[in-house]
Design a protein around this ligand. Structure first.
Ligand SMILES: C[S@@+](CC[C@H](N)C(=O)[O-])C[C@H]1O[C@@H](n2cnc3c(N)ncnc32)[C@H](O)[C@@H]1O
Length: 561
């Protein structure tokens, strides 16, 4: 037997590397172990609108996060305060990233090098996957610029067997006559986290479907439509399915050639007795079985073709934004609320958590809010957040947004959200050496350190964090024997100590271990940076990556404080 190895995968330049997202929207290649991509950022409060939870419970609020999607998603996964609330709990993720059309829009640029775009997407999709619930789904919007590549990459990340559908959305109903073939659609690629666990909702009947039901015989069970009661004859059919039926008019009929009746005679008679068989107004038509509107399944199975007439077009979306912000230049690439309504309807139920990490003007959050879902929206551009997303969601909460799906969802206002900001790095590099940033050396040092070490930040002097039985203390200065003694004295009986200091007296380590076994003393930021280098490679845990060879990318020089 010959042996085979290898698997189908998409490869691209620098696939094994990560990208550092710069504030200006550009990306820089980095090895995964570099602190600049491995660091966990804090999420700082930047305000709130409407009704929100007390600050200690802020993770439970609807969250609008200003910052790069990867930083924000990593914070939601790694900061215990948010991880408890979101890891494995997001029911629906809709992502509408820049499609890589090589264009420049008023609010953002959409022109990345191909492999940069793929890496940018892979790393964010991997984090979204960690946040998704086992019965959740992810919907990624794109066009032909990257659709084929994205599909293969998502096969690798989410597994091919979890692919659900590639939806075609008719975004333009008009024709572009200046091109060879006029593009009229986008794609929305849908994967379940686990195809066996995912249960989609049906779509509500529209007027068109309801109009197909009527009640010509005034049946007290209400409107009905009817279906023929014959089926193809062949293997598996019983001889009892072939018989002659006498119609109420007296005419006798047999099943059409090559067909048999759906029901054996006894069952057919039961249906007739229950007035479920329709022989036409004169009792002379071939029998049909009645399907009552009240008894059919609760809606329609979604199809892959979504027409602009049903869910809106880009024109609809622009008009929605203009109605909200008549004074501002319209956001360049909004999606219509009805499109999001259909996605949210199929993929989630009231109370579920919906995530969009390329939020733009805030359509997903607005629709999720109006439909009674909880939501997280992440957007990199501060200007887009301030000009569109925050004012739009504020109007939704105040009941001042009368457009989009407001009427069909029966929305009148209420609720609230928190605005969070991805904090700057806690490190700074100068002349090849890494220092603690000035913002992280003052009162925020404890919070920043707790985040990197996965401790719950808890202001309970002399401690500032807790993880199981371990208490964390952070000292912006020297940790010596007497500091350790004071801290150990403050510990509970079964607790251990982790004390971090910007300078360490070596004797402090021994005394900590001796006084409370299991306790330790660490120098920051060196020990944290060291941990990143030694392979806290978060993406590699969830991605089947090629072995990383980081050698051609320089790692930061020795660290000193
Ligand atoms: C196509 S638009 C989303 C439009 C949105 N669906 C709507 O209805 O308004 C893409 C958005 O992603 C944002 N974006 C691009 N790269 C990002 C990143 N790395 N992190 C977070 N947001 C990003 C852009 O600023 C832009 O607002």
């Amino acid at each position: 037997m010959p042996s085979y190895e290898g698997r189908l995968e998409l490869t691209w330049t620098n696939k094994h590397l990560r990208l550092l997202a710069h504030d200006d929207g550009s990306y820089e290649w980095m090895p995964a172990s570099d602190f600049r991509v491995a660091e966990v950022r804090l999420l700082h409060n930047a305000g709130s609108v409407g009704k929100v939870a007390p600050e200690w419970d802020r993770a439970k609020d609807n969250l609008l996060i200003r910052g790069d999607a990867l930083n924000a998603l990593t914070s939601l996964i790694e900061l215990p305060e948010f991880a408890r609330e979101y890891v494995g709990k997001v029911k629906l993720a809709y992502l509408d990233p820049p499609f890589n059309t090589q264009q420049s829009f008023l609010q953002y640029d959409d022109a990345l090098e191909h492999s940069v775009w793929l890496t940018m997407m892979r790393d964010r999709l991997a984090q979204v996957k960690t946040l998704l619930a086992p019965d959740g789904s992810i919907w990624v919007h794109c066009d032909d610029s990257e659709q084929a590549y994205l599909k293969v990459m998502m096969d690798e990340l989410f597994q091919r067997e979890n692919f659900v559908a590639n939806i075609i959305w008719e975004k333009f109903t008009t024709r572009e006559n200046r091109t060879d073939i006029s593009t009229s659609h986008d794609y929305i690629i849908v994967y379940a986290v686990n195809r066996h666990l995912w249960k989609r909702n049906l779509l509500p009947f529209g007027e068109e479907q309801v109009e197909r039901y009527s009640n010509p015989d005034n049946d007290p069970r209400g409107p009905w439509s009817s279906l023929p009661i014959h089926a193809k004859a062949g293997p598996g059919r019983r001889k009892e399915q072939f018989y002659t039926i006498a119609l109420p008019s007296g005419r006798k009929i047999d099943p059409p050639p090559g067909r048999c009746w759906l029901y054996v005679e006894e069952r057919f008679k039961e249906l007739v007795a229950d007035n479920r068989i329709w022989f036409g107004p004169d009792g002379n038509n071939a029998p049909r079985v009645k399907k009552f509107l009240a008894e059919v399944s609760q809606g329609l199975v979604p199809k892959t073709l979504w027409l602009g007439d049903e869910v809106g077009t880009t024109g609809t979306a622009k008009a929605e934004i203009l109605a909200l912000f008549p004074q501002s230049p319209p956001f360049a690439t909004p999606k219509p609320e009805a499109l999001l309504q259909r996605i949210v309807q199929i993929g989630s139920n009231p109370g579920d958590i919906v995530l969009d990490c390329f939020l733009g003007s805030g359509t997903t959050a607005a629709v999720a809010h109006k439909m009674g879902r909880r939501w997280i929206g992440i957007e990199r551009s501060g200007e887009t957040v301030n000009t569109y997303a925050v004012p739009r969601l504020t109007k939704v909460i105040n009941g001042e947004d009368q457009g989009g799906i407001t009427k069909t969802a029966g929305w009148t206002g209420g609720g609230g959200f928190r605005l969070l900001e991805v904090a700057p790095s806690m490190f700074e590099e100068q002349g090849g050496q890494v220092f603690l940033s000035s913002w992280a050396t003052n009162s925020r040092l404890a919070e920043a350190t707790a985040a990197q070490l996965h401790y719950d930040y808890e202001h309970d002097p002399p401690f500032c964090g807790r993880r199981g039985h371990s208490r964390l203390a952070v000292v912006d200065g020297l940790v010596n024997e007497s500091v350790v003694r004071v801290l150990i004295k403050a510990l509970g009986e079964s607790e251990r100590l982790l004390v971090c200091g910007t300078a360490i007296d070596p004797a402090a380590r021994d005394i900590a271990r001796e006084l409370r076994p299991g306790s330790s003393v660490r120098k920051i930021p060196q020990s944290i940076l060291q941990e990143y280098r030694q392979g806290m490679l978060w993406v590699q845990q969830s991605l089947p990556l090629a072995t990383a060879d980081d050698s051609e990318v320089s790692t930061p020089a020795e660290v000193t404080v």
